[in-house]
Design a protein around this ligand. Structure first.
Ligand SMILES: NC(=O)c1ccc[n+]([C@@H]2O[C@H](COP(=O)([O-])OP(=O)(O)OC[C@H]3O[C@@H](n4cnc5c(N)ncnc54)[C@H](OP(=O)(O)O)[C@@H]3O)[C@@H](O)[C@H]2O)c1
Length: 344
């Protein structure tokens, strides 16, 4: 993605745009020390060293001595490193909410993230659970366990409506895969895109039959057979799926592969108990990992899958970091830049 196609900056509460931080200057990048999280495997660290042409040092909560700028690769950023010395942080995860929550993000620092092939993986996870339900896999598994023969009808997903929240990397990959199976896909995004000229029709991203804003979803929630969330966790999406949204659902299965805290679990439970939500597939929970005594395990007609829909591989990290490095060193803003003002 070139600098010119980067989405417009978000707005501050006062309505002024949040300026994008400048790209790391070449001389600062040349001097930067490379700090990598302990969790990174030696092979991956060697690849990062090769890409950046310098030795890696451990990313700890004690900044290395000297005033040299810092280039960090990891999943968490200690408070002691949230200073003007931070030049660039590359997240090994796609969701950067833990980096942006709580302590202040040092405004001039670039934040990039890893997505890799997570879109494909998560799309296949979503389709897998949809087809399992449509093909009565839970019921047949239960029948098989008791050697019981009974014919059960199946559903065709083609022609059904899926409402997909988030049309970014993961939502778009999900939309494309579902569309390939004939599912009618309606995407929900934060920003409404019109074009090519202002005032003309809304631009619908590939993989979607229609694009709507979050405030326009009531009617489609009532038609949808599948409600799928790929939303990031931001101030605007915390508790996004609450009583009023679930009240509009009419028998859809709810699949959450975004972030757990976007869902009010009490409201989901009510909707499951009164049948408005048919089933729930939750890959993410507000509090992870869920302890065995956590009441979330008691939600009716629900499956929980330990935040595993889109596990990042070392190859994802190396490929995405190399692409970001190539962009930054040739003066382009990486497509995987996080807008720290809007929170994703
Ligand atoms: N389950 C897993 O294993 C797993 C793995 C990886 C990631 N994730 C989660 O998936 C999330 C999405 O990843 P991504 O790469 O697809 O992110 P992305 O490319 O940044 O896309 C985010 C999408 O969410 C939309 N959005 C944000 N705030 C919204 C709001 N208030 N109302 C409606 N739409 C809103 C954005 O709208 P615009 O297009 O208008 O900006 C965008 O379409 C990550 O943040 C992470 O939390 C989960």
């Amino acid at each position: 993605m070139s600098e010119s196609s980067v989405p417009p900056p978000s707005l501050l509460a006062c309505g002024l745009p949040v300026p994008s931080p400048p790209l790391p200057a070449p001389d600062a990048l040349a001097q930067a020390r490379l700090l990598v999280a302990h969790s990174l495997k030696p092979d991956l660290v060697r690849q990062l060293e090769r890409i950046t042409g310098r030795r890696a040092e451990p990313l700890t909560d004690v900044p290395p001595p000297s005033d040299a700028p810092l280039l960090c690769v990891g999943d968490t950023l200690p408070d002691a490193l949230r200073t003007d010395r931070l030049l660039w942080f590359h997240s090994v995860n796609a969701g950067t909410d833990p980096l942006l929550a709580g302590a202040t993000w040092p405004a001039p620092a670039l934040l990039t993230r890893t997505v890799g092939r997570m879109g494909e993986r998560i799309a296949q996870y979503v389709l897998g659970w949809m087809l399992a339900e449509a093909q009565s896999v839970p019921e047949f598994t239960e029948q098989y366990a008791r050697a019981h023969w009974e014919r059960l009808p199946s559903e065709l997903v083609a022609g059904q409506t899926a409402l997909v929240y988030g049309t970014g990397r993961i939502g778009a990959a999900t939309g494309r895969l579902l569309a390939a199976c004939g599912v009618r896909t309606v995407g929900v995004a934060r920003t409404t895109r019109y074009g090519p000229a202002p005032g003309t029709d809304r631009v619908v991203p590939p993989g979607f039959d229609r694009l709507i804003g979050a405030a326009e979803d009531t009617a489609v929630l009532g038609e949808a057979r599948w409600v799928i969330s790929t939303l990031p966790l931001t101030a605007a999406t915390e508790g996004f799926f609450g009583a009023s949204r679930f009240a509009a659902v009419r028998g859809a299965t709810f699949v959450n592969v975004g972030r757990g805290a976007t869902v009010d679990l009490g409201a989901l439970e009510t909707a499951l108990r009164d049948g408005r939500v048919r089933r729930a597939v939750l890959d993410v929970l507000p509090a992870e990992p869920a302890a065995p005594e956590d009441p979330v395990w008691q939600l009716p007609r629900t499956v929980i899958t330990s935040h595993s829909a889109g596990i990042t591989t070392d190859e994802d990290i190396a490929v995405d970091f190399a692409a970001c490095w190539e962009d930054v060193t040739t003066g382009r803003r990486p497509g995987l830049t996080v807008d720290t003002g809007r929170g994703y």
